[in-house]
Write a protein that binds this ligand. Sequence first.
Ligand SMILES: *Cc1c(COP(=O)(O)O)cnc(C)c1O
Length: 422
Amino acid sequence: MEKLSDRDKKHLWHPLTQHKVSPDVLAISRASGALLYDEDGKEYVDGIASWYTCMYGHCNPFILDKVMDQMQRLDQVVFSGFTHEPAVRLSEELVKILPEGQQKLFFSDNGSTATEIGIKMALQYHFNQGQKRNVLLAFEEGFHGDTFGAMSVSGLSVYNGPFEDFFIEVERIPVPTKENIGSVLTQLEHRLKNNNLAGFIYEPLVQGAAAMKMHDAEGLDKILALLKECGVLLIADEVMTGFGKTGLPFASDYLQTKPDIVCLSKALTAGLIPMGLTTCTEEVYMAFYSDDIAKGLFHGHTYSANPLACTTALAALELLQSEEIQQSIKAISQWHQQFGEEIKDHPKVGSIRQLGVIFALDLNVKMERYGNLRNKLFTHFMDQGVFLRPLGSTIYILAPYVTTKDQMERIYSAIRSALELV
Ligand SMILES: *Cc1c(COP(=O)(O)O)cnc(C)c1O
């Protein structure tokens, strides 16, 4: 029988892939906990939790049981005019841990739609009140997804080049540092004299796709406070940072000024079933609540609030709050700290950074985001049985919470040997 990885080539077109230069894909046949197995049976530690989704481990039996039970009773129903227990319970449970003030949940299918809806909420919030605020503010190098609104506010041009002419209007500011915060605030104050900014979308504290670039909470807080004062809606894109990765349930929990809108996906449904969620405050919701039908948010997806996805999210939330997972988050943070101490003075290590279970190191070498040296590193890791996906010269770890000490040691050891390779 021909291998899956060869049969794949005939009809399949993969995401973020230039097939002419990267023709090969690896077929994964099963997964369990922090481990992936390829079609030849070789084992890999999933060092990035399959894009930060499977934080409670692949095929988690606790989650599977709940979903299998739910799927015998209700699979899918239209969410306009109907509701169901998994959605109602999820809203009740999630509101308890969301950043302060978040009261209403709007469902969609993925992270891009979650941010797209956040942007539409911010624009229509002002529109409904007869204010002409039609510009979005975003961070340089942010990433918010691949649909048009989400692309517009993202700052990575490899992804966006051909579409730039069609973008909604966006202005960008640098992420805050101790050095630039003064001038960023001065420029913003000046900019805010023209009050046409509808919302500010930001990945709080960690910019995932920008290679886990981290910024200062104090600086971000000052920016958020200033914008909030001027009526600019704060849209926290916690698609990557949400659900414990930073050490607290949400990165916004480190900040004084709370968001008006929060975008969620990825670990929300633990890698099992896709779902996106855009949550907002009562105040945002009330700008849509009217006798006038046209003031409603006329956005919907066929699978909005799918009962199986909601059940998955509920089970994941229960795990997140369990003593066991909370302990694991603390333990992994400590292992990362020790590993950071060990390698920080290595001549090939430029800098390291860490927040919660997110660890990143920049190599002291010039590399392209998708260049040859990057590919050599990737191949090295896979040979060592470790799935890490370096971004340019940054190597980062965002392994599942259930990763054992031995498995994490395999990741560290693959990174140690990679340092001798570059
Ligand atoms: C992954 C990601 C998105 C997009 O989510 P998709 O489910 O891939 O569409 C948006 N924002 C952030 C911060 C992300 O990490």
